[in-house]
Design a protein around this ligand. Structure first.
Ligand code: ADP
Ligand code: ZN
Length: 219
């Protein structure tokens, strides 16, 4: 089973993705987390990726695809969070999967208005433990203990690219490069749209339930 999470930065791909992984026993595959790990370890790939990420740009396709190809090929039940992000990446993914006779089960698009995205990313905090990677929000989804991850107890931190200037640029990048994937996957008959109300106190549960129902309809 292959599930793709789509949505602007801060739409909740990581948070909702985690719930879907728990429900269907999927391996989370987040290119953003992979890049952040490479950056933290100061690898060559990390240094290269950081030049783009810190500016709110996408890492070039050839770099991203090489990393994905290497890591994805031996995984079975996967939730893709943050990949594909361009039409080119989507075509490549299709090619990688079709080689082994695999198909995408569903593409979940989380739709959030722009002004809400800016609010959400400005107050986002993430877990520093790379094996956890949980995400919280000081306004909308505070951790039980300030500055501490509910899931694993590690300290929380603000992501470098969540500064309002970078978020604006990331949104622009999203509309230019990633949004076209919505109609791409609609044409493929794989798209499931979910509208997000960030002000609802039950937004996480509601979104999770809708996503799970959408996937179950396709099994
Ligand atoms: P968000 O949670 O804000 O959507 P991610 O954690 O998925 O962000 O990704 C962080 C950054 O990593 C992106 O802004 C982009 O620069 C880079 N990145 C992640 N996935 C990809 C990808 N598939 N292609 C190119 N760049 C990527
Ligand atoms: Zn954690």
């Amino acid at each position: 089973m292959y599930i793709i999470m789509l949505g602007a930065p801060g739409s909740g791909k990581g948070t909702i993705g985690k719930e879907i992984c728990n429900k269907f026993n999927l391996v989370p595959f987040s290119t953003g987390n992979m890049f952040r790990d490479e950056i933290k370890r100061e690898t060559e790939l990390g240094k290269k990726a950081n030049e783009y990420i810190s500016q709110g740009n996408l890492v070039p396709d050839e770099v991203t695809i090489a990393m994905v190809q290497e890591q994805l090929s031996n995984l079975e039940n996967v939730l893709l969070d943050g990949f594909p992000r361009t039409i080119n990446q989507a075509e490549k993914l299709k090619e990688i999967l079709s080689k082994t006779g695999k198909n995408i089960t569903a593409v979940i698009n989380l739709r959030v208005p722009d002004e809400d995205i800016i609010k959400r990313t400005a107050s986002r905090v993430v877990c520093t433990n790379k094996d956890c990677g949980a995400s919280f929000n000081t306004i909308f989804m505070p951790p039980k203990k300030e500055g501490i991850c509910d899931v694993c107890g590690a300290p929380l931190t603000v992501r470098d690219d969540d500064k309002p200037e970078t978020t604006k640029k990331r949104l622009e990048t999203y509309y230019n490069s990633t949004e076209p994937l919505i109609s791409y996957y609609e044409k493929e008959g794989l798209l499931e749209q979910i509208d997000i109300d960030i002000y609802s106190p039950t937004t996480k549960e509601d979104t999770t339930n809708k996503a799970i129902e959408a996937i179950e309809r396709r099994l």
